[in-house]
Design a binder for this molecule. Structure first.
Ligand code: PMP
Length: 388
């Protein structure tokens, strides 16, 4: 009764759902270091291998020397420094938008956008598998909250046609974080255009990775002009931290006035913005990173299919192996750990019941031999499962 937290925690443990942070003893790259031991790391979102790039690190260090380690205030007080402004302009140009606005995290960007634009009398339409921050943003906004079946443009269209809301906002991940598959954006754009709705895409996992300049899902699918709101994060493909929203002058002006998660929080350190300026440029120029990644993805998929594993319909660096039960996913993850591979088991409620999985993520920092070693280790580890 009351605050009986111990009972709740014990139940969570019994369900194999207790979450525990690992204390990492080194940088997050091709390798990860844990309690003095080196692992091959297949669970970071540093898809292009930029988080430990020497030029990005140097930009961070130089800017910290020049600007200090803290911005000292929110953007609207005195925390908006020259590197923040330069990065916003670079992100707007990169994404073909009039303006871009920085947020301290992607979670805050999503919460901020939806509560600034929507309220009572409005409606938000979300893919069932949208990221938690999009679902929370929709709920926080006070708008009528509708979910549609994963990647189902017809279901979305029917919901839009029935809606009489004042403002209708359709929201989807560009690349789904736990499945790696991509949203059918041109069908969504069509549904929005036919029903006077706006489209918002969270491209946390597409920025840097998709399109020949790394401009993400909207360019890869040719819908940039038809998507009113783009949210991207800086902590994945671009290797740093934070997020941005890009769109029209009026959209950004509205966010500056009304997005509480922008207004009432300390601006990210200028050094993060300065480092991102360099990693953004590298992500544009270094097509070899995307080419290397594509080859690693193809190699991993071919090897996994050959061994009979169930993969998802993903062409992106997120390559989960569907396991099923929480206990099996946990057992596999720890067996792989013993063999020197770091891969997280993702369990409900992050994914649906019965769909626990090993979320393998690939990076341009990996080598082909790493993928081969992972496939060989997996082959040995799956033998421990009860029905293997
Ligand atoms: N959207 C998606 C699809 C994500 O995967 C994440 C990060 N896990 C976020 C938003 C949140 O971004 P951040 O980590 O910058 O808060």
């Amino acid at each position: 009764m009351g605050f009986d937290l111990a009972t709740d925690l014990a139940a969570r443990r019994r369900q194999h759902r207790l979450r525990q942070p690992l204390v990492m003893d080194g940088p997050c790259g091709r390798h990860a270091c844990l309690q003095g031991q080196q692992f091959l790391n297949f669970c970071s979102n540093d898809y292009l291998g930029l988080a430990n790039d020497p030029e990005v690190i140097a930009a961070f260090q130089n800017a910290a020397r020049e600007w200090g380690v803290g911005s000292g205030a929110s953007h609207l007080v005195c925390g908006h420094q020259r590197p923040h402004q330069d990065l916003e302009e670079a992100l707007a140009a990169h994404t073909g938008r009039q303006r871009a606005l920085l947020f301290s995290t992607g979670y805050m960007a999503n919460m901020g956008v939806m509560s600034a634009l929507l309220g009572k009398g409005d409606a938000v339409f979300e893919d069932r598998l949208n990221h938690a921050s999009l679902l929370d943003g929709g709920l926080l906004s006070g708008a009528r909250f509708r979910r549609f079946a994963h990647n189902d443009a017809d279901a979305l269209t029917r919901q839009l046609q029935r809606s009489e809301a004042r403002r209708k906002l359709v929201v989807a991940d560009g690349v789904f974080s736990m499945d790696g598959d991509e949203a059918p954006l041109s069908a969504y754009a069509e549904a929005c255009e036919a029903n006077d709705a706006w489209l918002m895409v969270d491209d946390a996992h597409g920025i840097g990775v998709l399109d020949d300049k790394g401009r993400g899902s909207l360019f890869a699918q040719g819908v940039n002009e038809r998507t009113q709101i783009l949210m991207g994060t800086l902590g994945k493909g671009l290797g740093t931290a934070g997020a941005f929203v890009a769109g029209s002058h009026e959209l950004i002006e509205t966010l500056i006035q009304f997005a509480r998660t922008f207004i009432y929080t300390t601006a990210m350190p200028a050094a993060v913005a300065a480092a991102t300026l360099v990693s953004l440029e590298k992500s544009r120029q270094d097509n070899w990173r995307r080419e290397k990644l594509a080859a690693l993805i193809a190699r991993f998929r071919a090897g996994a299919v050959e061994r009979g594993y169930t993969l998802m319909a993903s062409q992106t660096p997120i390559q989960p192996i569907l396991i099923g039960s929480d206990a099996d996913a946990m057992a596999l993850s720890s067996a792989l750990r013993e063999k020197g591979f770091l891969i997280t088991a993702i369990r409900p409620p992050t994914v649906p019941e019965g769909e626990a999985r090993l979320r393998v993520t690939l990076s341009a920092a990996h080598e082909q031999a790493d993928v081969d070693a992972l496939l060989a280790a997996l082959e040995q580890c799956v033998r421990i499962l009860p029905d293997a």
